[in-house]
Design a protein around this ligand. Structure first.
Ligand SMILES: NC(=O)C1=CN([C@@H]2O[C@H](COP(=O)(O)OP(=O)(O)OC[C@H]3O[C@@H](n4cnc5c(N)ncnc54)[C@H](OP(=O)(O)O)[C@@H]3O)[C@@H](O)[C@H]2O)C=CC1
Ligand SMILES: O=C(O)[C@@H]1CCC=N1
Length: 281
């Protein structure tokens, strides 16, 4: 069991860090006072300070105050942040948890002093409402305790599982970016309702609840989505007319293509994380 007084730090206090901070506090896994957040953008820090989180403009202070340090900056900033905190990271004390898309464990370990414990996590923003879908991979020096801690922390805000690092780009393309695809779907379904005369608010509520209900059916009945689809689809009825329209528009291919494109983009981001020459350390 995690100690609720475990000190957790966030370097970068933007969208994803805010969602994680709120989620872990709500789950009772950390107290606001045991969290430290840094950012380059003062209004982001002001938002965290209002929640009772200790804030600072110094990334090094985050490391000095925390045992678990989340790297929650954009992928192209990770290298410079690691260079900045490198000499403050103590393998006996710190676990570094990167949530940056595409940045490899090897490249991060290569920028830190030897023995640094690093984990890569790919979360998603629904951790704010305890409905995250996350996967993680352990670095060379991360321990069984680190695995248990990350599983407990991420599991407290939704579903979490360990995967091979090579699978994390696909996780990013599916569940990391996935909430945005589903928001697009909800918006489009609501637009369809509005197009056919429903009030906007009613249409949006019906669309969102339909997506939530269908997801809950998949997760609780154990039935294949195809079986559940068939149960909605009466012969010669309304649903098959709707499905025909979706199939004609290439809906399945478009959804698969979104995951493929986002995965490929995550793979491209690796180019930003080439391992530095170790002899220069
Ligand atoms: N958003 C999402 O749904 C998900 C994001 N991620 C990953 O999370 C990471 C953060 O993404 P997201 O929260 O969306 O991005 P944001 O831009 O919202 O947050 C990043 C924050 O880091 C700040 N920052 C920039 N440089 C530094 C620095 N040197 N030191 C400290 N803070 C700095 C930025 O300030 P400023 O704006 O002034 O530059 C910004 O406030 C990314 O690596 C992304 O791949 C992973 C899963 C899902
Ligand atoms: O769009 C992005 O790059 C980040 C990573 C996954 C979700 N958002």
């Amino acid at each position: 069991m995690m100690d609720e007084n475990l000190s957790i730090g966030f370097i970068g206090a933007g969208m994803m860090a805010s969602a994680l901070i709120k989620g872990v506090i709500k789950a009772g896994k950390a107290k606001p006072a045991s969290i430290t957040a840094s950012d380059a953008y003062q209004p982001s820090l002001d938002r965290q300070a209002a929640e009772g989180v200790h804030t600072t403009l110094s990334n090094r202070e985050v490391v000095s105050r925390s045992r678990v340090v989340f790297l929650a900056v954009k992928p192209d900033v990770v290298a410079s942040v690691l260079d900045e905190i490198k000499d403050d990271v103590d393998p006996d004390r710190h676990l570094i948890v990167s949530i940056a898309a595409g940045i490899s464990l090897e490249s991060m370990e290569g920028r830190l002093n030897s023995g640094a414990r690093v984990v890569r996590v790919m979360p998603n923003t629904p951790c704010l409402v305890s409905e995250s879908a996350a996967a993680f991979a352990l670095g060379t020096h991360a321990t069984a305790e680190d695995r248990a801690l990350v599983q407990e922390l991420m599991g407290s805000v939704g579903y979490a599982c360990e995967v091979k690092e090579s699978q994390l780009d696909a996780v990013t393309g599916l569940s990391g970016s996935g909430p945005a695809y589903v928001y697009l779907l909800i918006e489009a379904l609501a637009d369809g309702g509005v197009r056919m005369g429903l009030p906007r608010q009613v249409a949006l509520q019906l669309a969102a609840q339909t997506v939530k209900g269908a997801a809950t059916m998949v997760m609780t009945t154990g039935q294949h989505p195809g079986q559940l689809k068939d149960a909605v689809t009466s012969p010669g009825g309304t649903t098959i007319a709707g499905i025909e329209a979706l199939e004609k528009a290439g809906f399945r291919g478009a959804a698969m293509g979104a995951v493929v494109a986002a995965t490929q983009r995550s793979q491209e981001l690796k180019a930003l994380s080439a391992t530095p020459d170790k002899s220069s350390k």
